[in-house]
Ligand binder design. Sequence first.
Ligand code: PMP
Length: 360
Amino acid sequence: MSRVYNFCSGPAALPEAVLAKAQAELLDWHGKGVSVMEMSHRSDEFVSILVSAKARLARLMNIPDDYEIVFTQGGASASFAQIPANLTSGFDSACYLDTGAWSTKALKEASKYTNVIVSGSSKDVNYTTVPDFSSLVLDETAAYLHLTPNETIGGLEFDALPETDLPIVADLSSTILSRQVDVSKYGMIYAGAQKNVGPAGVVINIIRKDLLARSDNDSLPTVWSYENLAKNDSMINTPPTFAIYLADLVFEWLEGQGGVSAIEQINIEKAALLYGTIDNSTFYSNPIDVRYRSRMNVPFILADESLEKTFLAESEAAGLKTLAGHRSVGGMRASIYNAMPKAGVEALVDFMLAFEKRYG
Ligand code: PMP
């Protein structure tokens, strides 16, 4: 068996120790003679996994008591609809900040449910920066303000929040657990699992309890109501049990690494190494305003675009996998989530320098 360094944006690399533990427990979980995949979701065994996953996540993110952790399905894309469906009843509008491909998708989906106010957009500069917060159009009677603090495709990240009394709803799909966040500043945080949490199939939602009362259970699909989900411990119906189990193993691994503050330091170092290599060359470049460069997703292009295919073929042959940019933008993108060891980024940087020597 040989494992490569996998720079896929998602589903992304998982910590090897987690995969090994899941493998060891696959046929016989904790002496029960069955796999987690084969257990009733109502069994004591699975309930203990769910309770553990929630407790570990609450510890890792310092989630205050007035928040519920809810697991949903359908990916973060389903949440683009589920959020306005739950949170806008009784309101006329919702505010959205437009900073790239994923926030655009979120606001388009929301416009099926409510009047979307685009509070600010950096579309005119090809989403290379974040709109100045002092210029945002915020309707304080709106249901919430939605943000995408890490744009996975564009490689743009920001952690400051606008001044507002609106509940802030944030899509942390590609940055959750990579850096410290003050959960108390958010009305709701949500994240698809398949980058920093586990396999695809489960979405993590952290919802301030007062917002649950907004779910209109008479009109919402039963399994979509955040209030119902919270009341039923994310088990109105069968949850994605194996994905939740793996998320629990990833949380356990992250605790063993020293938690979010420790992994954040490593993430800062990994990103500095890669951006430093890009900035020190005229061969590679990254278009994002340096203040808002993503630590998780690092897009870059070659000065000579005709070398792209060669770069991708040779990097793949060198054991550096999935470095192609998103199909909508091309170029290259290295996704360096928590599970990417620093050695992986060092190997990429060595490859980039050698490639530049050969072709530059
Ligand atoms: N939001 C962000 C920031 C993402 O990166 C992605 C997926 N790459 C999504 C939403 C959509 O996630 P899913 O495919 O799970 O619906």
